[in-house]
Design a protein around this ligand. Structure first.
Ligand SMILES: NC(=O)c1ccc[n+]([C@@H]2O[C@H](COP(=O)([O-])OP(=O)(O)OC[C@H]3O[C@@H](n4cnc5c(N)ncnc54)[C@H](O)[C@@H]3O)[C@@H](O)[C@H]2O)c1
Ligand SMILES: C[N+](C)(C)CC=O
Length: 490
């Protein structure tokens, strides 16, 4: 069994209180690790170290290209350890091993991408007059609190750490208390890569104590948060106290719109992937399926037939297609939503149950679940369930499809499936969401901005946008020579 400790000021340490938390494999309920359970005191210590290190300038004043070298080292070490890290991610999160391997590759790509920005122009210059210029530069913000969720533990941490580091900040990472395993591996890699002491700090423990301190502390300059909308709203309130910079990547209730001109088999296949990948535990999971009424019945029939055939299993088994939910508590939340859907009068077309037979009894597995006959005001249509639960809505024309798609407080993702590309583009542009797709889904490009409209977040990760989120942007106005201004005559 693994012992997981925190990494602060270049040392692996337990929590001040000595408390521990059990880390569970969600596929079978077995104990896989015991993690140091930090508290506010531990977060305070990590923050003070990150502050002192930032203020010392040992990282922030390095040339960009030197910091980039560390990121390359990190990427190389991740690559060397990719198999082991993917297996650990599957063990802790329950996701399919293939998905975990993809996450590790995407994390490697993320470190390499931010390292490669050294080849891009670093700022801008505007010529104001013959001898006056405005120079725009990026500077590090300072101490960053990075708080991430459990659904893509390694990848979400990497999406925050790579731009934060290359921009010259020091940071404290808090993984979800449910999935700390690969964060520890990542910090072992930072140590091997020679990241200077105090630059990268890892704390573990509950959001309500450790996370709160990371948001509240006056020694922190920026909070980058990925997680649920409600938590994000709390963070925003607390951060407002000292106008701390924040970026929030939050939840969603993303729609897939399917028009009647589609090849039915292809569209059904995509609709399954859009929601059931990672057991629906993807921020952009397309948890609402909007189908044009002329194909609705035929589409649903085929979709249900296919959903019932999804092979549920442990992530490390080659034949498995969909794994467990991440924890017992999360599974109970999803099951409660299924009950709510039934009580609201939606029709359960398939699924709806926990799977407890044939070796699944100790895991947190829920069947792929589809609700039809829904109304827009139902809670299962409006609220993020974050599990393998799809709600189907019917529309008669383009206008109604757009109205239904946008009838949500969220605005993270959305897709249009339509052979008529002119129509597809017209509709996708009207979806109020930050990440949209036409005739595909779940494509995430490292160079392209990632973030949500409305209650799905504030700011944009990835690409140059992600670097800007971890930079102060400064203008320097330079006159080559000082002249009298002549505004005041005496
Ligand atoms: N938009 C995106 O890119 C994106 C990506 C992944 C996940 N998500 C969202 O994440 C959610 C699922 O993850 P989750 O259940 O771990 O989310 P969560 O909000 O419960 O927790 C996320 C992190 O915040 C911490 N936290 C909790 N309360 C806190 C507080 N008061 N102060 C500071 N930190 C606190 C948690 O310990 C955890 O580390 C879903 O809503 C999903 O849509 C969004
Ligand atoms: C950003 N992504 C899709 C990798 C994970 C969201 O939950």
């Amino acid at each position: 069994m693994m012992e997981l400790n925190m990494f602060i000021d270049g040392e692996w340490i337990t929590s001040t209180s000595g408390e521990k938390r059990e880390v569970i494999n969600p596929a079978n309920g077995e104990l896989i690790a015991v993690a140091a359970e930090g508290a506010a005191e531990d977060a305070k210590y990590a923050i003070s170290v990150a502050r002192k290190t930032f203020d010392s300038g040992i990282w922030s004043t390095l040339p960009f290209k030197t910091r980039a070298k560390y990121l390359h080292n990190i990427a190389n070490l991740l690559e060397e350890n990719a198999e082991e890290i993917a297996m650990l991610e599957t063990l802790n999160n329950g996701k399919m091993l293939l998905a975990a391997k993809t996450d590790v590759q995407n994390a490697i790509e993320c470190f390499r991408y931010y390292a490669s920005l050294i080849t891009q122009p670093e700022g801008e210059i505007f010529n104001v007059g013959d001898s006056v210029q405005t120079i725009v530069i990026r500077e590090p913000i300072g101490v960053c609190s990075l708080i991430v969720p459990w659904n893509f533990p390694l990848l979400m941490a990497s999406w925050q750490i790579a731009p934060a580091l290359v921009a010259g900040n020091t940071f404290i990472l808090k993984p979800s208390e449910i999935t700390p395993v690969t964060a520890v591996k990542l910090f072992e890699i930072f140590e091997k890569a020679g990241v200077p002491t105090g630059v990268a700090n890892l704390v573990m423990g509950p959001g309500s104590t450790v996370g709160s301190e990371m948001v509240d502390s006056n020694l922190v300059d920026k909070v980058a948060f990925i997680g649920g909308t409600e938590t994000g709203q709390n963070i925003m309130r607390v951060a407002a106290e000292n106008t701390k910079k924040i970026s929030l990547e939050l939840g969603g209730k993303s729609p897939t719109i399917v028009f009647a001109d589609n090849d039915l088999e292809i569209a059904v296949d995509n609709a399954l992937f859009n929601i059931f990948l990672n057991s629906g535990q993807v921020c952009t999971a397309a948890s609402r399926l909007l189908i044009e009424d002329s194909i609705h019945d035929q589409f649903v029939e085929r979709l249900v037939e296919r959903a019932k055939k999804i092979v549920i299993g442990h992530g490390n088994k080659a034949t498995s297609e969909m794994g467990p939910l991440v924890s017992e508590a999360h599974m109970q939340k999803v099951l409660r939503y299924i009950e709510i859907g039934k009580q609201e009068g939606a029709i359960l077309a398939c699924g709806g149950n926990r799977i407890i037979d044939n070796g699944f009894e100790n895991g947190f597995f829920v069947e792929p679940t589809i609700f039809t006959n829904t109304r827009p005001d139902m809670r299962i249509v409006q609220e993020e369930i974050f599990g393998p639960v799809l709600v189907i809505q019917k529309f008669k024309d383009e206008e109604e499809a757009i109205t239904l798609a946008n009838d949500t407080v969220f605005g993270l993702g959305g897709a249009v499936f339509c052979k008529d590309l002119e129509k597809a583009m017209r509709v996708v542009k009207k979806i109020k969401a930050g990440i949209t797709w036409v005739n595909c889904y779940h494509v995430a490009t490292i160079q392209a901005p990632w973030g949500g409209y409305k209650q799905s977040g504030i700011g944009r990760g990835l690409g140059i946008f992600g670097l800007d989120e971890f930079s102060e942007i400064k203008q320097i106005n330079v006159s080559y020579k000082a002249h009298p201004v002549g505004w005041f005559s005496n």
